[in-house]
Ligand binder design. Sequence first.
Ligand SMILES: *Cc1c(COP(=O)(O)O)cnc(C)c1O
Length: 456
Amino acid sequence: MEQQIPYKIYLDETELPKAWYNMRADMSQKPAPLLNPGTHQPLTAQELDGIFCEELVKQELNETDAWIPIPAGIRDFYKMYRPSPLVRAYCLEQQLETPAKIYYKFEGNNTSGSHKLNSAIAQAYYAKKQGLKGVTTETGAGQWGTALSMACSYFGLDCKVYMVKVSYEQKPFRREVMRVYGASVVPSPSDTTEVGRKILAEHPGTGGSLGCAISEAVEVAVKNPGYRYVLGSVLNQVLLHQSVIGLETKAALDKYGVKPDMIIGCAGGGSNLGGLIAPFMGEKLRGEADYQIIAVEPASCPSFTRGKFAYDFCDTGMICPLAKMYTLGSGFIPSPNYAGGLRFHGMSSTLSQLYHDGYMTAVSVEQTKVFEAAEQFARVEGILPAPESSHAIRVAIDEALKCKETGEAKTIVFGLTGTGYFDMVAYEKFHDGQMTDYIPTDEDLQAGFDNLPKMD
Ligand SMILES: *Cc1c(COP(=O)(O)O)cnc(C)c1O
């Protein structure tokens, strides 16, 4: 049996999932609703329609349908780069001398270099279907902006990207890829929006944050007719689209009768993790099977492990809906020398609820340890991993080493969300010994918690 498992398990085109899986349908404790920031009342579809595309609002609010068909127009695009391979990490296992069996689902096989294209193409499709002119968004490290630019150019939509200023400066090539696909890219905070001007006045010289960029992108979408705002993570709809990752993973494992013990994913806003675990969590929620599910986050932006489970703004400008989630406070900006991505202050409300209810665990890791794991992986498995993905690699290696001590042959699956070709400045810092592990103090975090909105 064991020998029959190939290095790469490919599914063919006909095995591409025909529907996304919506975990919320199987959750007895549903994630808390998004609230209007002014009235603190649950947002209605009508209110959300002003910001997001109509069909995406329906998906955002849908807590009852477990399966949502993937339109043919989206499946056709998926077919260009999916199903993605599930790789058995034989070389890594050998190097670690572990009895553990390690698999990773590789999402870096497309030009944008990450899983984000899975949701970008869905969101662009629905925007086009609604007859919109274009969409606005924010991007941090640049993967989401790149993915969205590709999706928009495919459907002939205009794409305006607000890119966190430090990334804009550190990743000029990322920016150029977006421009290849016709997007306009503005460093955030900028003076092109009211909220950007306000943030610049309060924090002159700031390198920006995802929260700032979100505020700017939302403002532009709301003020320009024919435009809507789209978001690459955190939201329920994004986790829904990303379920394609987990569905393929499960189908590939099922082919060989493999049942994982442990599923590991990095967590920024939670979309790849939510997608990877979706069908497994579904079984867990329905009481059909059990899996150990681990979210991995940076020690410098530890929303699950040190955050508060509370209603908070998704953006720094405090104009976005309130979401109940594990959060460090919308004013939290990770230390500037932190280079590993996953910088968002909050976390998907679906994953937050699942974590709160004990369906999954979380660990935080320091960035130098993450880059050590990245390099170890690159040298044996051949793929240059994104720093974000390398958080999951770190914990997969640590778990495999524990198995070496106990002699347990656990089956570990982790999400390899993308490639690191645009992260060479971070790798350079690591090589030159300039990378430090700044971990926020309790006082640093308290400042963020003090600014949580007061709920009554
Ligand atoms: C954006 C990104 C992540 C983190 O985002 P999630 O929404 O938490 O999945 C992880 N890996 C890569 C390569 C990314 O681009």
